[in-house]
Ligand binder design. Structure first.
Ligand code: ZN
Length: 446
């Protein structure tokens, strides 16, 4: 009965309560995903023109940079004209007021990122509608229909009590959408069995959540040989490394789907059932992957530059969020023609300096792990953290509750010594999360 209500009325009522238009945008996105390249180009151009005109008319910062760079938004005829504008970053967003105060009904999202410098992102109902619509379209790629049960492992570390109105809204919204939430900040060794029993009883079609929370549950399941079958798993907030994906697949007996977004712009890219990369939601965003000089690069790592086509309350135009990715030149075999991000590499600020002075991101170390070919030992490691306090010195922390083979540790140290002279490997039962609740694979003080 409940499922029936959710399937038929959930989206309609959610739209009414939140002032969004998800249902309409969802129908639109199901249509546009079949567009050919020419149709997509016209669609993007029209949206970009509207965004630029809006930014030009309402925000001094954008008016100034468009005038300075001879970009006339009223005469926009090509997407390439976007390149006339400079790439901006978080510090520029912080220094300049880019909020369009004429737009009401906004939501404020605070972002800290790994730098810890807070920034308020303002989102209007248009961007929230498209964001959710893109999410639901992604669910449809997994075979999940609206109203199917979804359980999320999330939570916000807060000492503030949420208002009764907010609590009621969340409960109602969850009921209508057949969503359940488990607060990960209350998840611990004592109640983990209860949580697993809940998952068994509820049989969700999708379990989504912070990667560190999903791994916490997965490790317990694997260690205790618990049988659980959840057809779809999706993780967020951290780079999904191949060994994590394998672990999640094994523990939950389901398919693992990756996705990409950031606080500044969500629903950027989603993985389909071919698992060969992430489809960019090009109805929502224009994504560029650029080298140090700002030129686009393909099939090699570069920095992500985002233009959010839907947020008029705080336009994000050619914004470098600090993440890196590889833009693919080959299309996906699933038939959807959108451009693909082959790999999300992680934050550029999260790097470790090698003895030759080169800075490398976290996946560099994952590759080293894999080259060693110790699958059994790798399964014992819940997660790892590279901590660099000074040059040519690295502390590699491995979180494990079991004894790690000494030979593996010696091999690992030897391999790492090739890049950094002083390596200290520590095996710990628990590596703490950051105060924000997120986990950082890479921490550097230099
Ligand atoms: Zn695909």
């Amino acid at each position: 009965m409940k499922e029936l209500i959710s399937k038929n009325f959930g989206l309609f009522i959610q739209d009414k309560i939140t002032g969004t238009n998800i249902e309409k945008k969802y129908i639109e996105l199901k249509k546009t995903q079949n567009y050919n390249n020419k149709e997509t180009y016209s669609y993007q151009l029209e949206k970009l023109k509207k965004l630029l005109i809006n930014a030009y008319e309402n925000i001094n910062f954008y008016k100034k940079i468009m005038d300075e760079n001879n970009l006339n938004p009223y005469n926009l005829i090509s997407l390439d004209e976007l390149n006339k504008l400079p790439i901006i970053d978080k510090s520029i967003l912080q220094k300049n007021n880019i909020r369009n105060i004429n737009i009401k009904k906004v939501k404020i999202v605070k972002t800290g990122g790994t730098t810890g410098i807070p920034l308020k992102i303002i989102k209007d109902s248009n961007v929230r509608s498209y964001t959710w619509a893109a999410y639901y379209r992604w669910y449809s790629w997994m075979g999940i229909e609206f109203g199917d049960k979804v359980i999320s492992l999330w939570g916000t570390p807060t000492t503030l009590k949420s208002s009764i109105r907010k609590k009621v809204y969340i409960k109602l919204s969850n009921y209508l959408t057949n969503n359940y939430e488990i607060n990960t900040f209350e998840m611990n060794q004592e109640n983990i069995e209860e949580i697993i029993a809940f998952l068994k009883k509820e049989k969700p079609k999708l379990l989504r959540g912070y990667l560190s929370s999903l791994l916490f549950v997965a490790n317990y399941i694997l260690k205790n040989n618990i049988k659980l079958c959840i057809p779809n798993i999706s993780s967020t907030t951290a780079t999904l490394f191949p060994h994590d994906r394998e672990k999640l697949k094994k523990a939950f007996n389901g398919e693992v789907f990756d996705q990409y977004g950031c606080s500044e712009a969500t629903s950027i890219a989603f993985e389909c059932s071919k698992h060969s990369g992430l489809h960019i939601t090009n109805e929502r965003v224009i994504i560029e992957v650029v080298d140090k000089n700002g030129n686009r690069v393909y099939d090699e790592p570069g920095e992500i530059v985002i233009t959010d086509l839907d947020n008029y309350a705080m336009p994000i135009i050619r914004y470098k969020n600090g993440d890196m990715a590889i833009m693919s030149t080959s299309p996906c075999s699933c038939g959807i023609k959108s451009p693909m991000l082959r790999k999300i590499i992680g934050r550029t600020i999260d790097t470790i300096q090698l003895k030759n002075g080169e800075n490398v991101p976290g996946w560099f170390f994952t590759n080293i792990f894999y080259e060693l070919k110790y699958p059994h030992e790798l399964m014992k490691i819940n997660r790892f953290q590279c901590y660099q306090e000074k040059k040519n010195y690295l502390v590699l922390k491995l979180e494990t509750s079991e004894n790690i083979d000494k030979e593996f540790l010696v091999d690992l140290k030897n391999s790492l010594n090739y890049f950094i002279d002083n390596i200290n490997i520590e095996c710990l039962e628990k590596i703490p999360n950051e105060a924000s609740g997120k986990f950082r694979y890479i921490k550097s003080e230099i």
